[in-house]
Design a protein around this ligand. Structure first.
Ligand code: KIV
Length: 261
């Protein structure tokens, strides 16, 4: 087995710019540990995101707001070892990019842990932070629409772009991220028609999650795809397996067969 760890490469996300508007759609999934990241990489997934959704999926927190930089570093290192072909992106956690200096410093730590790029949530209000990260030579994935790190502030996970002003704000946010030079933009939980409009308006590839089919790619939380977190799954996520019931079945079978071992 090859025990080397691939180096982080900030140029890796550039490959999707040429693909903008052309098939096949960009495939992206989250991963938080070595075996899952390796299986996804070997299956041909193009972007593997060490998402701060690990707050719920790995640590059992209610939302992503308690995720720390240390947690992100730890899981990024585990995934880095596994990912050889895909682009490895890591989330900047809540409160780790309040000011441009902090944004660049956190991004640097995640790059040292092996991320090829970092993702942060927000639009026009975080352009100074995005500029600081890009100036330090680190590639950025933007994230607009419903922002999980603001769930407490907003009192729940709400679909975005339903009002004229809300839709206009998201079009402006996307244009600002595009102009700032982010390499891809995640569009989360927004009206599908608006996601299509944003995708047509920007030169940056878009990756949708609960944003309809008219994006340049799609991303899902791995546990939603695998059906391995049965306590919560967003309505827009389509599971392709039911690992929760398989795990329970295997555990029960193990208990029943203990005397035969
Ligand atoms: O943390 C996460 O899982 C995300 C999603 C966009 C997949 O940010």
């Amino acid at each position: 087995m090859d025990d080397s760890t691939p180096l982080s490469n900030p140029k890796k996300l550039d490959r999707f710019i040429k693909r903008k508007g052309n098939p096949p759609p960009i495939s992206a999934l989250t991963a938080y540990d070595y075996p899952v990241a390796r299986l996804l990489d070997e299956a041909g997934i193009e972007i593997i995101l060490v998402g701060d959704s690990l707050g719920m999926m790995v640590f059992g927190h209610e939302d992503t707001t308690q995720v720390t930089v240390e947690m992100m570093i730890h899981h990024t290192k585990a995934c880095r070892k596994a990912v050889r072909n895909a682009v490895l992106v890591a989330d900047l956690p809540f409160h780790s990019y309040e000011i441009p200096h902090d944004a660049a410093a956190t991004a640097q730590l995640l790059t040292e842990a092996g991320a090829d790029a970092v993702k942060l949530e927000g639009g026009i209000e975080i352009i100074p932070q995005i500029n600081a990260i890009i100036h330090s030579g680190i590639a950025v994935m933007g994230h607009i629409g419903m922002l999980p790190q603001r769930v407490r502030e907003e009192g729940g996970y709400k679909k975005k772009g339903k009002t004229k002003s809300g839709a206009q704000r998201l079009l402006t946010d996307a244009a600002e991220l595009d102009a700032a030079g982010v390499k891809v933009i995640v569009l989360e939980n927004m009206v599908a028609e608006l996601a299509g409009k944003i995708t047509a308006a920007v030169s940056t590839p878009t990756i949708g999650i609960g944003a309809g089919p008219d994006c340049d790619g799609q991303i899902l939380v791995i546990n939603d795809l695998l059906g391995s977190y049965p306590w919560f799954c967003p309505g827009f996520a389509k599971s392709h397996a039911n690992l929760a019931s398989e795990t329970s079945r295997a555990a029960r079978e193990f208990i029943e067969n203990l005397t035969e071992l």
